[in-house]
Design a protein around this ligand. Sequence first.
Ligand code: NAD
Length: 303
Amino acid sequence: MPKEVVAIIGAGLMGHGLAAVFANGGHEVTITDPFPEVLASAKGRIAEALDAAGWPQAALARVTPHAALRDAVAGADIVIEAAPEKLPLKQGIFAELEAHARPDALLCSNTSVIPIGQIAARVASKHRVLGTHWYNPPHLVPLVEVIQTGGADPANICRMIALLKGLGKVAVHVKKDVPGFVGNRMQHALWREAIALVDAGVCDAETVNLVAKNSFGRRLAVLGPLESADLVGTDLTLDIQNYVLPHLDRSTEPAQTLKSLVADGKLGFKTNQGFSRWTEDQKAALRAKVTEHLKLLNRILPG
Ligand SMILES: NC(=O)c1ccc[n+]([C@@H]2O[C@H](COP(=O)([O-])OP(=O)(O)OC[C@H]3O[C@@H](n4cnc5c(N)ncnc54)[C@H](O)[C@@H]3O)[C@@H](O)[C@H]2O)c1
């Protein structure tokens, strides 16, 4: 696998993890962020990510922070944007990338849900634009969705998938640039129903979490939804769907409960209150549990 120079735009939660993955894979990494304090802490956080993944710290020497985006992208073969999920901001960044990156550099976005074509609206060289949607934390979750846009050169999709596989990732080809791609469409269909059940008084938030974690959630890492349908039988699946689908939530906007939580400043871990209340100890314990669980799965179920 050729060694690439990878520029990461945005050194936040996702950006520092992406830097750790590429640097551990032997690639040179540049990273930029407009906030000096964020950039200053990037290498320390990348070191922690390497540590969490059980990777050698030597990779840190391959990471170079740059204050200016144009310096970070100047020599890059691949650029991955991991800036906030705001369309105008991402569109502006992509216009800058086209102006300052080499003409043959791939321009990728790590957006969670926004179609890549919209993000690249102001980019002329659309053949080199694609989506690479990673999951948090990127150094511990195997999947990356590689999203094909209207004008993308299929060779660039193949190049990206090969690069990601070389890093040990499970890279999948998303053939249409739809909002939410594959993973977040499924995930948010589940979250919409979870909130609707609480709103309808069927159960409380704790029960939603207990049911998901102790039922289908137990199987999901080894049994995908359509494997599950095959396992129980497509005939039973049809009978169940005929009965239950009309009863599932079909709202096309977020539930009022969710809007009210946000309006009241109940932002979850950030403010210690969301659907549930959180103490500092509970937050630390849950974060540690997720990390240990992901590491265990990576040991016993390599992608
Ligand atoms: N957090 C997740 O679980 C997750 C998972 C998959 C994808 N994503 C997506 O990844 C992207 C980044 O998310 P995050 O969670 O890392 O957010 P974050 O807020 O932790 O990090 C974003 C970083 O971008 C920086 N930034 C702000 N303006 C910028 C600009 N003009 N140019 C460059 N950098 C700028 C911020 O200072 C910040 O450090 C978003 O599009 C998000 O939807 C997030």
